[in-house]
Design a protein around this ligand. Sequence first.
Ligand code: SAH
Length: 277
Amino acid sequence: MNQRRPGFPARLDQAVAPPGSRSAASGPATATAQRPAPVKPQRPGAGDRPPGLAIPTGLGMDSAAVRQRMVQKLAAQGVQSAAVLTAMGTVERHRFVDSALVNQAYEDTSLPIGLGQTISKPNVVARMLELLTQAPGAQGGAGLGRVLEIGTGCGYQAAVLSHLAREVYSIERLRGLHEKARDNLRPMRLANVHLLLGDGMLGYDKGAPYAGIVAAAGGEAVPEAWCQQLAVGGRLVAPTVMAGGRQALVVIDKTHHGLQQTVLEAVHFVPLKSGIA
Ligand code: SAH
């Protein structure tokens, strides 16, 4: 066991589990090297498919065309960021869902990913990532710096983020999903995505400060640790339970003058829970 900062150069074949389920933010994380899975052929680029990486049967059409239709719909629904639309058009969402759900992979619907969790609808993913890229400190089209995602789930949003940010730290509390995301992402060889097993309510101190923090699960309040780990000029986007029990999308900008909170539209995310399981 060695102790080190997992991002550089921790890769997808390494899991970082905090020594205790509640100590990710305080104690040193331990990088545990896992046995690498057999290496699959690398895809040269979006749209290119060498033999053996055929579109799963059931998708019915070339997936790039279906994805472009999804992107057009997202643009019609108000997503304006070219970078976000390009990223959404690049990541093959059907590779993140069960084979039985492949036909629905590009529909604007949330889908089950196991262990009672869901992958958000494309529209919600695009909306949140667009908000993230509009942080006051974001430098135009230069892309985001380091980003923390709370709730890796199947790894889909982390893959989209990998096209928008320099480094992506994504933390998941459920071991089964952390492993599933690792399996899903490994063939994509996204060297800037770092998957962590831990309690995301504590954020991930070792990668801080973050230009952006995005939560895929909704808590009663935005955890203090997230605000602390946000860089000045950075933005946090998190579904949060409001008075009355409904969730809304909350945006927090960190400025030199403090935190500025904006409450946006109603959303419906799985609950943010503490500890790992
Ligand atoms: N972004 C994901 C969506 C996953 S759903 C995707 O693209 O698939 C939200 C995830 O948040 C669930 O997997 C849930 O287990 C996880 N989650 C909830 N509370 C958490 C916490 N405290 N720390 C880390 N992950 C958490």
